[in-house]
Design a protein around this ligand. Sequence first.
Ligand code: CO6
Length: 306
Amino acid sequence: MENNVNLSEVGGSGRDGRVLKEDILHYLSRQTGAIIPPSSPSPPLSPPPSPSSTPSSPQSSSPPPPPVVQRFTEDRSVVIKGVQKVMSRTMSASLLVPHFGYSDEVDLSRLVSLRRRLQTHAETRGVKLSYMPFFLKALSLALYEFPILNAHLDDRCESLTYKASHDIGVAMDTPGGLVVPVLRGIERLPLLAIAAELSRLQSRGRAGALGAAELSGGTFTLSNVGSIGGTYTHPVILTPEVAIGALGKIQVLPRFNERGEVVAAHIMKVSWSADHRVLDGATVSRFSNLWKSLLEEPASMILHLA
Ligand code: CO6
């Protein structure tokens, strides 16, 4: 209960398959990517790396060692469970939705310099200010004008519920796999509070400690896969939501300024997917234009301060 572990997913090594404390510890260590203690009852997925390939134990200040590459010398089957099982279930349900995609590029040059200036202010308050809080705040402002994108559609496509609260799921890459914790009521939160909440959820995600309540009830999803790489993608809608956005890597690329000169611009691609049963391309294009304009002229967000 403390760690929100579903006991049916834990193999019991006790008498008659009873789940023991060490089974739970073993299960949690696998969720968090921690090293399984040698006393663990289950065998590892593949043979341990040879001593020559084992990285020496790092000093506390040194960067983490590169991940050990596991080479399989024979076929192995593993049971799909945990985060992967949830992903398989939700993504299969999503494919029943007729998706359409819409993409554009955003010039973040002004945002890059604004964030640089604000970062020190955030740090004095103990908060790490990444780009995500700006992307999320602009998203919330755009959803105010296009509430149909912040809605839930029932299975039979008979009822669309416009959601009052902007509860935004953020795709997160964790040692246990892809999870989507939800930042609730971001329409009411200032940038610093969004940044702090995102950091809190990231730490819980890294520790494999996110509970069902933090992982459900989103009204829209944003995936910043660009923090890893990529440009355009095709994100998959998390039902009952009706749209999702995915962001590519911010790249310095040549672009023309208003005087026709070539300048170095910070360009990010965005890809939206929307449910074509309730949304059309023109609506998503207008919504995307508004989100993009807020990020290209980030000072304009001040106009919307409560
Ligand atoms: N481009 C370039 N650099 C970036 C970007 C982009 N888009 N986004 C963040 N960053 C930088 C960021 O500024 C940090 O650098 P410093 O400021 O110098 O410290 C650095 O990357 C790390 O950022 P961090 O990940 O710590 O924080 P951030 O708030 O930007 O992102 C997060 C939080 C939870 C979104 C992120 O950590 C994460 O997990 N991203 C991966 C999400 C993912 O796996 N998505 C795939 C879902 S499946 O979408 C999908 C359709 C398919 C492809």
